[in-house]
Ligand binder design. Structure first.
Ligand code: PCA
Length: 202
C-alpha cells in the first residue's frame, strides 16, 4: 500500500508549522506500506499543484493531508472541503483571493473519503482530544483538500483522501495570549500514527 502524507510550511508569521513537524517524525515505512512525505508551500497556486503532481507519480492508495489550525484545542478531522477561496490573510507569496471558486467546473463541496467517524473513535480511544470538523476554512488547507478530492473524483476514484488539522505547538501558543490552546508534538505524532494504523489495519 502507498500512502502520501503532506504537511505545510510555516505561515502567518510563525516559525514552525506543527503539521510538517509531526509528519516528519513518522516512520518512512510501515509493514506492507510505503509512506511518502511532502512539505507543501502555504500558497494557493502551488500547494495543490505539487500534491496532485506527486499523486499522479506515486499513485497512493491513501492521501492524508495535514495543516495547522491555530487556536483549536483538539485534532480536527475534516469532513468537508468547499469550492471557495476567501483568504483573511495573504498566503506565503502574497496572494489573497476573495470569494473565488477553486474549480469553476467543480461541485460545491466534497466529503472526505476517509472513515472519519472511525478515526475519531480510535483517537478518542487513545485518549487524544479530537473532533469532527465541518469546515476546513477557506484558506490554503481547504484549497488542498478540495483539489485532492477533485483530482481523485476525476482521475483516481479508488484513492481515499482526507485532511486533519492540528493545534499550535506549546512554543507557538506561549507567544500568544495565556488562553491559547496547544498540543505537544508527541501527542500530534501519536495521533497521526493512530490514524495511519487504522487506515492500514485489517
Ligand atoms: N494551515 C492553513 C494553511 C496552511 C496550514 O497549515 C489553513 O488552515 O488553511
Amino acid at each position: 500500500m502507498n500512502i502520501l502524507m503532506t504537511g505545510f510550511e510555516p505561515f502567518g508569521g510563525e516559525k514552525v508549522n506543527p503539521s510538517w513537524e509531526a509528519v516528519c517524525k513518522l516512520p518512512d515505512a510501515l509493514p506492507g506500506t510505503e509512506l511518502r512525505k511532502l512539505r507543501l508551500p502555504t500558497a494557493f497556486k502551488t500547494a495543490a499543484e505539487l500534491a496532485c503532481g506527486e499523486i499522479s507519480a506515486f499513485k497512493p492508495d491513501i492521501v492524508l493531508c495535514t495543516g495547522q489550525a491555530g487556536g483549536c484545542a483538539a485534532v480536527r478531522i475534516e469532513r468537508v472541503a468547499i469550492n471557495l477561496r476567501d483568504a483573511r490573510i495573504p498566503d506565503n507569496v502574497g496572494f489573497q483571493p476573495t470569494d473565488e471558486p477553486i474549480a469553476r467546473d467543480g461541485p460545491a463541496a466534497y466529503f472526505s473519503t476517509l472513515p472519519t467517524r472511525r478515526l475519531l473513535d480510535r483517537l478518542r480511544d487513545g485518549g487524544i482530544a479530537a473532533e469532527l470538523s465541518y469546515s476546513a476554512g477557506t484558506f490554503v488547507c481547504n484549497e488542498l483538500m478540495y483539489s485532492v478530492l477533485h483530482y481523485a473524483a476525476r482521475n483516481a476514484p479508488e484513492m481515499r483522501a482526507g485532511f486533519v488539522h492540528v493545534p499550535y505547538l506549546p512554543e507557538q501558543a506561549e507567544a500568544k495570549s495565556a488562553k491559547t490552546a496547544s498540543m505537544p508534538l508527541a501527542e500530534m505524532v501519536r495521533s497521526l500514527s493512530i490514524i495511519l494504523s487504522e487506515l492500514t489495519g485489517p
